[in-house]
Design a binder for this molecule. Structure first.
Ligand SMILES: Nc1ncnc2c1ncn2[C@@H]1O[C@H](COP(=O)(O)OP(=O)(O)O)[C@@H](O)[C@H]1O
Ligand SMILES: [Mg+2]
Length: 476
């Protein structure tokens, strides 16, 4: 049977050193880049985005399963976003104690009260999984979370397959090099944004990327911008502050920023409390949500991606409610759920607390936060839960079964880090896009994948958080 990279290659230090040099140059040539943090706004200070020296073995069947599920997940996210009663009930206990989710929810309610001004919906999602190791050595696909807001690395991951293929070619591993699947989420994302832009129906209107202050990961976004420009669709990059100072709605709620009409707001910023530095930032979010521009995502879809919603979805009969006549779909989605437990006040939540305190190593405790580095593991679960187990504070969290992927050996290449072999864990993401106009789904596709790998000594954290690095599946 076809396998991963053999030990004679992995452990050959002379070869590995040479390959690492080849690899870094290949990443630079392919545009797998990040800006260096200290000087965020200069394109003159650039390095390769961190990545693995070798691709990581992933069973083909599980890989295809993740991809084929993505259109189901797109529909699920969209249905949740349209079900205001469900969102209200699911998030009630969370918003009572979590200010950030509460503020997002208030915007959602205000939009419902005013009536949504735009019936075109654009979703760019990424559903992330780990491969849980079964006793018999096989692995099963378990969802970590779904990202409905600012799901990143579709741009860079469109260019990493050629880097790994090149490394394997240089290493004389031609057969393996052919088992790295093609990937082009950037093209798929641009196709979806272009569709939404077309449906908006104004040739002069722009696609506005609502971007971070730091712009460290700008190249990931540039690939999508470039695809849009190739289609003669103009794009602009604005921060919250730019929109606050130069943005307004006309009498038809069309959004204008700096004199340009905005057809699509594509948020790459605004998913964590720190992104909202002032009341003006919140006002600016509300302004964009109220506008006629297509929001990717809109506020309801943002809320559909919360971890509390993920936990409620895992309750009995909830998926059935969204897919009453599609038991197959329900079964396929549910098969990817890990155990998820409520910490709401009451006996069920009390049981969750007792279970977590008794066997903390079996679980991950998660607050309603995105961006990596927020989850709580191991003995720290006990410390945190002991401090709040009798209080409603606990309802800001959910508890999840810890997933145990099979570790592998690899080298994590990042600037200024020594070259050494690490024991690694990987997380596979599937990118999905959809466009809906009123009741019509005009596009619903899986557009590619993302593999990220981290050293097993880190429990948490993504690429942007500086823990995980970009990788590719080596299908086995
Ligand atoms: N159930 C789990 N089992 C094992 N690791 C997990 C689990 N949930 C999260 N993690 C780890 O923590 C990281 C961050 O968790 P995630 O739920 O994706 O939150 P975030 O929104 O911060 O990305 C994941 O990338 C993964 O490495
Ligand atoms: Mg994540």
């Amino acid at each position: 049977m076809a396998q991963g990279i053999p030990n004679e290659v992995l452990m050959n230090t002379t070869l590995v050193k040479d390959l690492a040099d080849v690899a870094k140059d290949a990443a630079l040539l392919q545009g797998v880049l990040m800006r260096i943090q200290e000087k965020p706004n200069s394109s003159e200070l650039v390095t390769y985005a961190p990545f693995t020296l070798f691709p990581t073995p992933v069973p083909k069947a599980v890989f295809l399963q993740a991809l084929s599920l993505q259109t189901h997940y797109n529909i699920l996210v969209d249905k949740i976003s349209q079900d205001s009663t469900f969102l209200e009930e699911a998030l009630a206990s969370t918003i009572a104690v979590d200010d950030f989710t509460a503020r997002l929810f208030r915007i959602h309610q205000q939009i419902l009260k005013e009536g949504r001004s735009q019936s075109i919906m654009l979703g760019i999602n990424r559903s992330d999984y780990m491969l849980d190791q079964r006793a018999d050595g096989s692995s099963s696909l378990k969802q970590i979370e779904i990202n409905t807001f600012a799901a990143s690395f579709g741009g860079l991951s469109s260019h990493t397959p050629d880097v790994h293929r090149h490394i394997l070619n240089v290493a004389g591993r031609l057969e393996e090099s052919q088992r790295i699947p093609d990937n082009n989420p950037a093209a798929g994302q641009a196709r979806a944004v272009a569709k939404a832009w077309e449906l908006y129906g104004s040739e002069r209107a722009v696609v506005m990327f609502l971007v971070e202050e730091s712009q460290r990961n700008i190249f990931d976004q540039r690939f999508i911008e470039n695809e849009l420009w190739k289609r003669k669709i103009p794009t602009v990059r604005k921060r919250f502050d730019d929109v606050h100072k130069k943005g307004s709605l006309d009498q038809d709620k069309r959004l204008f920023v700096d004199g340009q009409e905005v057809a699509v707001v594509y948020y790459r910023n605004g998913y964590m409390p720190d992104n909202y530095i002032s009341e003006e930032t919140w006002d600016t979010r509300l302004l964009m949500e109220r506008s006629l521009a297509v929001k990717c995502p809109d506020i309801s879809t943002h809320l559909a991606g919360t971890k509390k919603v993920q936990q409620v979805l895992a309750r009995p009969e909830v998926l059935e409610k969204f897919f009453p006549d599609q038991p197959d779909m329900v079964e396929q989605i549910r098969a990817t759920f890990a155990g998820l437990y409520s910490l709401d006040m009451g006996s069920e939540g009390d049981e969750t607390v007792a279970m977590a305190l008794a066997t903390p190593d079996r679980f991950v405790l998660k607050p309603q936060r995105e961006g990596g580095g927020n989850n709580i593991y191991g003995s720290e679960i006990c410390q945190v839960l002991e401090g709040m187990k009798e209080s409603t504070e606990r309802t800001a969290y959910i508890l999840m079964d810890k997933i145990h992927p099979t570790p592998g050996q690899n080298y994590l290449l990042r600037q200024d880090a020594p070259l050494k072999v690490s024991t690694c864990l990987s997380e596979l993401g599937a990118f999905g896009v959809y466009v809906r106009q009123g009741k019509d789904m005009v596009m619903n596709e899986c557009i590619g994948h993302l593999l990220r790998t981290k050293s097993s000594e880190h429990s948490d954290g993504g690429v942007a958080a500086g823990v995980a690095v970009l990788d590719n599946p080596l299908l086995v």
